[in-house]
Design a protein around this ligand. Structure first.
Ligand SMILES: Nc1ncnc2c1ncn2[C@@H]1O[C@H](COP(=O)(O)OP(=O)(O)O)[C@@H](O)[C@H]1O
Ligand SMILES: [Mg+2]
Length: 291
């Protein structure tokens, strides 16, 4: 057996001892991979956690098309700051609270979602002022520093008035609790409706992958993390083909590389070749990524 493993990360190399089936499973359950842009965004997010409280807390908006990896980054951020026990106060501290904007949110639905997340669901008839008070009280008690909201573009499903109300609510929470907000978003307009709020957001865009060094780094990282026995060397033509088929969407790129890698295990070739890339047919609908 070939025991040369310098083409792999230690984790991937450790898997080479496993049978094909286990390696296929490892590829299918592939987890977080830190490419440079994701690291950059994460570093900025981490900076929010250490920021001293003040009247105008810095906030971050992350934009990108569906499938670009926004939710993965925000979950990673949340997991890096899990709730911890504060021996000084005897309380659980939750520095990063992550929620999802409900579809067509209003003030009530927003608070209901937040309170459920905080483990304090309210009676259905509770009035908004009570819900607001409860949310403020709990968030203050558990020391929230950053409120992360995924799918912020759902705000846009509401009427103009509803949009204003939800944006006001976000601004109010940020001001009252002196917390940073992180908005994760498919649409740039979502927070634009509140100029004051939009102004304090630093914007990060996860652009679709293009034929450049960043993309080469991503593919190289993926290959180094893929437990195949032989090194895969892809030509510029294959890289272009990957971009073309996947339309530069992160989710599609992972899917394509994973699926070609699994083929390579099943066929016994144990490397990703230009021919395999050339003849690979997507079963995902490229158009669906835009929906
Ligand atoms: N850093 C990453 N490491 C591994 N897989 C990733 C990464 N980023 C994205 N993916 C893949 O892409 C899919 C879509 O990512 P997701 O974060 O849900 O996109 P978005 O929230 O931008 O729509 C994930 O389920 C995963 O398969
Ligand atoms: Mg998402």
């Amino acid at each position: 057996m070939n025991t040369e493993t310098s083409h792999l990360t230690a984790n991937a190399a450790a898997l080479l001892g496993e049978a094909g089936k286990q390696r296929v499973r490892a590829i299918r359950s592939r987890r977080w991979l830190v490419y440079p842009r994701a690291k950059q965004v994460l570093d900025r997010l981490n900076f929010l956690v250490d920021h001293p409280r003040g009247t105008r807390m810095p906030s971050i908006a992350i934009y990108g098309d569906s499938g670009m990896g926004k939710t993965m980054i925000m979950k990673r951020f949340r997991d890096q700051h899990p709730p911890s026990f504060d021996a000084l106060t005897g309380r659980l501290k939750t520095p990063v609270l992550a929620m999802e904007m409900t579809s067509r949110p209003g003030e009530r639905r927003f608070y209901a979602e937040l309170l459920t997340l905080l483990g304090a669901p309210q009676r259905p008839r509770a009035d908004i002022a009570q819900m607001e008070q409860a949310a403020l009280r709990i968030m203050e008690a558990i020391g929230v520093q950053v409120l992360v909201i995924d799918e912020v573009h759902n705000i846009l499903a509401g009427t103009y008035r509803e949009q204003r109300i939800v944006l006001n609510t976000l601004r109010f929470l940020s001001n009252r609790l002196q917390i940073s907000l992180v908005g994760v978003n498919d649409a740039r307009e979502a927070i634009g409706g509140d100029v004051q709020l939009a102004r304090r957001f630093e914007q990060f865009t996860l652009s679709r992958w293009a034929a450049n060094e960043q993309f080469e780094i991503l593919v190289a990282l993926m290959l180094r993390n893929t437990p195949l026995r032989h090194p895969s060397v892809l030509t510029a033509k294959s890289l272009r083909r990957i971009l073309q088929i996947t339309e530069g969407i992160t989710a599609n790129i992972f899917h394509m590389i994973n699926s070609v890698a699994i083929e390579a295990i099943e066929s016994g070739s144990e490397r990703i070749t230009d021919e395999a890339i050339e003849k690979w047919e997507p079963e995902f609908d490229a158009e669906a990524a835009f929906a």
